[in-house]
Design a binder for this molecule. Structure first.
Ligand code: 6GU
Length: 248
């Protein structure tokens, strides 16, 4: 997968050199290219923002540098490949595990994290035909810029790429993964020692009884979801719940 990021803070993206994403790059699974938006400015002060038409607080990112930057990035492709342009914005559609899975199947993603009050609307319109443009939000709170959301989204996507996580099974039971634990959060986990500060391990996990362990995990996942995310229970397809869930 190729991944371009255009930003006025290239150093903010340095975490992409470490840990899981860094390893995916080192293994050749990810080709990450960070671009400084100011390289496509032409004035002495490398201006990227201006005051909003219609008045109001804050500044808006000017269209010209973004246009030149995105033209250059798109033209650097082989020609027949259209990237998905991911525009991080608190006004976007929610970034979900389903969207992470969808994006992980694309050959080329371009992220355009903005500062200030966002990018001039015409830029988003302009690339609608040369790319698949998605405005995406990572949650219901406001950040100062889109760089942290890019780190969040890239980590969620990169760990889904084949050969990036050591064990392909390890995202099967993820909270929000489709499949066996569909629509439930993951329950608690334990490791050695068997007793720590007077606290033991639930007996069932030491029983070796796989059926009972699976049932216990299911019940704990259900309990945790009711406590922390009742909205997920409301929204879920009733078919994913069994009789034992309904008895809880
Ligand atoms: Cl993608 N950007 C900003 N600035 N704030 C956010 C966000 C994105 N998602 C949630 N809050």
């Amino acid at each position: 997968m190729r991944l371009d990021v255009v930003t006025i803070f290239p150093e903010y993206l340095e975490p992409l050199n470490v840990s899981l994403v860094g390893k995916a790059r080192a293994r050749g699974r990810l080709d990450v290219r960070i671009h400084d938006l100011r390289e496509w400015t032409h004035d002495k002060h490398n201006t990227v923002d201006d005051t909003p038409y219609g008045g109001g607080p804050g500044m808006v990112m000017k269209p010209e540098p973004w246009g030149e930057a995105l033209d250059a990035v798109i033209e650097s492709g082989t020609g027949d490949d259209k990237p998905v342009i991911v525009v991080p914005t608190p006004s976007g559609r929610p970034f979900t595990q389903a969207l992470a899975v969808e994006l992980s199947e694309k050959p080329w993603l371009v992220f355009t994290p903005a500062r200030y009050e966002g990018i001039d609307r015409r830029v988003i319109e302009e690339y609608g035909d040369r790319a698949d443009v998605r405005e995406v939000s990572i949650g219901d709170y406001v950040l100062a810029g889109g760089e942290a959301p890019v780190l969040v989204m890239v980590e969620a996507i990169a760990r889904l790429l084949p050969g990036v996580l050591g064990n392909a099974e390890s995202h099967r039971d993820d909270s929000f993964a489709p499949g066996a634990m569909a629509d439930l959060l993951e329950g608690p986990v334990y490791t050695k020692p068997p007793e720590w500060r007077g606290r033991g391990i639930p007996d069932v996990l030491l029983s070796g009884h796989h059926g009972k362990i699976a049932r216990w995990r299911r019940d704990e996942a259900f309990r945790r979801t009711v406590a922390n995310r009742p909205d997920l229970i409301e929204r879920a397809d009733p078919a994913v719940f069994d009789k034992k869930d309904r008895e809880m």
